[in-house]
Design a protein around this ligand. Structure first.
Ligand code: AMP
Ligand code: MG
Length: 521
């Protein structure tokens, strides 16, 4: 395995002066050098050949013992020096101080075809940022991270990617529901990649300590390395950077809302400055369309990170980033203008995204009301989001509302028991929808093709990933492999996977891992 190594982050930013690995406050530093713990008996469960190729690793490399050793943390690749990032953050709306990579260890940066990637192990042991936790990860949460990042990538949602999933061979103790029932679980390690793992919280860390020298160093480094199109100087450079982060974050959120993804822990330390989805913890996918839903049991009281609140929370997080960058900019009005623009742009881009989901190419003034009526209706009875939008594409311009309803009916959990009032509301909406699509210049078939590009047929349904976890716990990885393959073409019909185009079964309704997850991972 020949990797084109680059160690710019560690070369250009200040390192923690302390070498020993114990939990502590780390000041005047962007990172700490730390080595992974050698796993007892690493076993490769899965590697993504596409991700491997993208950083210059071949199938032959994957098959070699060096791959297993390097990406389980057993050996350190030549001329690299692993490190953990120091960052802070707001958790659930409250300032949490220093957090940092508590169980993530960056191996190195790799350059391939003029692109830079940071390779990071998750679950390879403690760091100075582990606080009271152990730095390890269990198989179930590692599968969830591994699968979801790849699912998001193929859905076209900006995300980190997964290179490899391994068992460490070690046992890890977890109390899944935090209810006094700790148990041993199998430890696992994911190697994930991203341009960098710099977060909003990386800037908050220095700003909170009024360490302006390092704040500027980090901002300058980030812009030079990752935002090469920013050519402005001085204050305008930082403003341009903030604007870019705002826009890419907005685009990511619109995509989340399009596919029904709920992140679950949108703390500022889990927000990438690249506008990519990172840190797949207690996330979930909307099965029945419910803007109030969050999978995260830790957030079940306030539901701060519920589906419908994600756009607002992203903005709240951007305010925190603006505050952190303020010492470099000292122009509140200019920052506010960018933040105000977010809300305006979000409305616009959300509408555009929903118009696309509805197959409306010819934009009309009344489309917003059609969309709003629809989302209200979707909330009134349990309705599967993915099936609904996918099947909506089959409706034809000249069809009766009765035929149209037959096509979407399967999306309702209580298909044959909808109340009369609701039924008539649906017929009203479908009538308006049919009238509306008659104004479209393209044919029914053309519209369906376009809709199928934005309304996925296959997403990582909560119960499906749980089934793959249950099997993997018994050392049966066949479903996991099947899901990886299925999720590579989420917009294609793929008849052989038709059984996964199905509503959540009843057994999964209130099952841990399906409809609810804790942060324990
Ligand atoms: P999260 O919200 O899951 O991204 O984690 C919040 C903070 O807790 C981050 O600083 C993590 O690195 C840290 N953390 C989470 N789980 C562990 C663990 N098992 N060991 C050490 N640190 C952890
Ligand atoms: Mg995190």
């Amino acid at each position: 395995m020949k990797l084109h190594i680059q160690n710019k982050f560690t070369k250009e930013l200040p390192a923690d002066a302390t070498i020993e690995n114990y939990p502590r406050q780390v000041e005047n530093a962007a990172f700490s050098y730390v080595e992974p713990i050698k796993p007892l008996k690493p076993v490769l469960i899965h590697a993504s050949i596409e991700v491997a190729n993208s950083i210059g690793i071949s199938q032959e490399d994957i098959n070699a013992i060096e791959f297993l050793n390097v990406f389980s943390g057993n050996t350190i690749y030549p001329e690299t020096k692993p490190f953990a990032l120091c960052y802070a953050g707001h958790q659930f709306g409250n300032w949490a101080g220093q957090l940092g990579d508590g169980r993530a260890i960056n191996l190195t940066e790799v350059v391939h075809e003029n692109k830079t990637y940071t390779l990071q192990l998750k679950g390879a042991g403690p760091t100075p940022y582990s606080r009271t936790a152990d730095g390890f990860a269990v198989l179930r949460s590692s599968i969830r991270e591994y699968l979801c990042a790849e699912a998001m990538y193929y859905l076209g949602v900006p995300t980190t990617r997964s290179l490899s999933l391994m068992l460490s061979g070690d046992q890890v103790v977890r109390d899944v529901l935090y209810n006094g029932n700790p148990a041993y679980e199998r430890g696992a390690i994911v190697c994930r990649i991203a341009p960098s793992f710099i977060r909003f919280g990386s800037f908050e860390m220095f700003a909170s300590r009024t360490d302006i020298v390092n704040l500027r160093l980090l901002a300058d480094f980030t812009i030079k390395e990752h935002f090469p199109l920013i050519k402005q100087e001085g204050v305008n450079k930082y403003l341009a950077f903030f604007k870019e982060v705002t826009q890419s974050t907005l685009e990511m959120i619109v995509d989340w809302q399009r596919v029904g993804f709920v992140h679950g822990v949108m703390n500022t330390d889990n927000m990438s400055i690249h506008g990519i989805t990172i840190d797949y913890g207690p996330y979930g996918w909307l099965e029945d369309y419910d803007s109030g839903w969050t999978p995260n049991t830790t957030d079940s009281q306030n539901k701060r990170y519920r589906f419908g609140n994600q756009p607002e929370i992203a903005l709240w997080n951007l305010y925190q980033l603006a505050n952190a960058l303020y010492p470099l900019i000292e122009d509140a009005k200019a920052l506010e203008a960018i933040l105000d623009e977010y809300s305006v742009m979000y409305e616009k881009q959300y509408l555009l995204m929903m118009q696309n989901k509805l197959g409306l190419q010819e934009k009309r003034d009344n489309d917003l009301s059609l969309v709003e009526q629809l989302t209200q209706l979707l909330e009134k009875a349990e309705t599967d989001m993915t099936i609904f939008f996918r099947n909506l594409g089959a409706i034809k311009k000249e069809e009766s509302t009765i035929t149209a309803f037959e096509k979407i009916k399967i999306a309702f959990y209580n298909e044959n028991g909808l109340e009369d009032i609701l039924l008539s509301e649906w017929h009203n909406w479908l009538e308006k929808y049919c009238v509306r699509i008659q104004k479209e210049l393209i044919t029914d078939d053309e519209r369906k093709v376009k809709m199928n590009l934005v309304n996925p047929k296959y997403v990582l349904r909560n119960y499906i990933s749980q089934l793959s976890i249950d099997a993997a716990e018994k050392e049966d990885y066949s479903l996991l492999i099947e899901l990886v393959e299925m999720l590579k073409n989420p917009y294609d019909e793929q008849p052989k996977y038709e059984k996964w185009f199905a509503k959540r079964p009843d057994w999964a309704r209130n099952k841990v891992g399906c409809s609810m997850l804790s942060c324990s991972s």
